[in-house]
Ligand binder design. Structure first.
Ligand code: ASP
Length: 455
């Protein structure tokens, strides 16, 4: 049995919904379907979730909300008409939205979540109708009724453990289950949503709950690219990677999934397949618990800007027991998380996301380090980019770092920092932000040399 999730662009209009019916019914293993709210139909369009947020804001501002309500209902009406579904479904949707507005309580956060959830909820009702009309019995499943219990952290909810048991019975459904993504209910019965993009989380929870063979995540790309296609022309596709590889890649700006989204599927060791709704016969990218990598192979190179490093130098630092702990404790007390801490015999650097440290905080932290740790030198470097070279095949392979540093030397790029993860499946390089694109190109040429044909 497969759990299949379709993102907003895959369910944005009637044409896309007809495609997903074709995708689901082409494989009898596809039994549980998680759907997003209708996304953008074209560049510049507005996602239904954003229309709902605007509607909720209008209501909360005490303003006339009829136009904002109509903007939402119109999206579903367009789908209903083009799929030739009974008009009654639009009446249900309109009454449902008005009901959410009229019965709202005092909490703005709770009201906002109830409104945001309507995007997925209404779409699942429409899509279930569309499946049934096309001759494939399907049923809309309400997450609350199915036992998708979430913590009462509105807008940022987490799944409660008992949900997995509650949801496991979905596998016995005779009909195809159409399950709205993005939300569940609290123990108090209130609707709560995951963070934005959270339909991926719903899919991963259901895949784990029914112990699916595969969690198929349909989006609008054929596969995940090994490098940023905005920087490298036609980078090779990734056919298979492990969860660890994906995590290392997504950490430096790789837009596969929000990696926390798939934790439930990872814990249950369910393979994930990323596929394209618009080209479903393309094999896609598999994300698996384990794989046998080619020796010395790299799966992908990711990069992100917006980092800074604090460099501290103190003679005989290596003899000073607790130096590193005290340094990190200062960061902890200031509520700052760090990314890497490469160190030498008498020096230590801490790499941070610049967004985590304001100018004022930086001055305060530097002063604390100076007074509490008495370093010989301390300096801060801003404007750094990180590059991650990732691959299980790098494990125990000599010469991987040399290959990268040689590539940087040839491209005349100054390396600010190197760090090899203890797992040996990733190498991190920090360069100036202005060198980032050249650095990706240099590493791309080194690790993915274009295959030249012999004749
Ligand atoms: N519709 C929600 C959003 O736009 C959730 C999702 O699509 O995954 O964030």
């Amino acid at each position: 049995m497969n759990v299949v999730k379709f993102g907003g662009s895959s369910v944005a209009n009637a044409e896309q919904i007809s495609k997903i019916i074709g995708v689901v019914t082409s494989d009898t293993d596809r039994r549980i379907v998680v759907v997003s709210a209708p996304g953008k139909r074209f560049a510049g369009d507005i996602k239904v979730t954003d229309l709902l947020i605007a509607l909720a804001d209008t209501v909360l501002g005490g303003n006339d909300f009829e136009a904002a309500l109509k903007a939402v209902v119109d999206r579903y009406t367009e789908i209903q008409r083009n799929l030739d579904l009974p008009a009654g479904v639009i009446e249900i949707i309109t009454a449902d939205l008005r009901g959410r507005i009229e019965t709202r309580g005092p909490s703005k956060l709770q009201f906002m979540d109830a409104m945001k959830a309507a995007g997925e909820d209404c779409n699942a009702r429409v899509i279930a109708e569309a499946f049934t009309k096309a001759g494939n019995p399907a049923k809309y499943m309400n997450p609350g009724a199915a036992g998708m219990l979430l913590s009462a952290e509105f807008g940022n909810a987490e799944v409660l453990e008992e949900s997995f048991k509650n949801l496991s019975s979905l596998k016995d459904s005779k009909e195809i289950v159409i399950f709205p993504g993005f939300f569940g209910v609290t123990k108090g019965g209130d609707i709560a949503t995951f963070p934005r993009g959270g339909s991926d989380i719903t899919g991963a929870i259901l895949a784990a709950a029914v112990n699916a063979d595969v969690y198929e995540n349909f989006t609008d790309v054929d596969s995940v690219c090994s490098m940023d296609p905005r920087v490298i022309d036609n980078p090779p596709a990734i056919t298979c990677m492990t969860y660890r590889e994906m995590r290392e890649l997504s950490y430096a700006g790789f837009g596969v999934f929000h990696d926390e989204a798939i934790i439930p599927a990872v814990r249950a060791e369910i393979p994930i397949c990323i596929k394209n709704t618009n080209n479903p016969s393309a094999p896609g990218t598999m994300v698996v618990p384990k794989r046998e990598p080619e020796h010395g192979s790299v799966v992908g190179i990711s990069s992100a800007s917006g980092f800074c490093s604090i460099y501290i130098d103190k003679y005989m630092m290596n003899r000073e027991v607790g130096f590193g702990r005290r340094l990190l404790q200062i960061l902890e007390e200031e509520g700052i998380s760090f990314e890497h801490t490469p160190s030498g015999i008498d020096n230590m650097s801490v790499l941070l996301a610049s967004a985590n440290i304001s100018d004022k905080k930086e001055t305060h932290v530097l002063n604390r380090i100076k007074t509490e740790l008495k370093p010989d030198n301390i300096s801060v470097e801003h404007g750094l980019a990180l590059l991650m070279v990732v691959g299980e095949g790098m494990h125990y392979t000599p010469g991987m770092a040399a290959k990268a540093t040689q590539a940087f030397r040839e491209a005349n790029i100054n390396l600010e920092m190197i760090n090899q993860g203890a797992s040996e499946i990733s190498m991190m390089f920090a360069v100036k932000e202005s060198d980032r694109e050249n650095a990706i190109q240099a590493l791309g040429t080194a690790f993915f040399p274009k295959k030249t044909s012999s004749n």
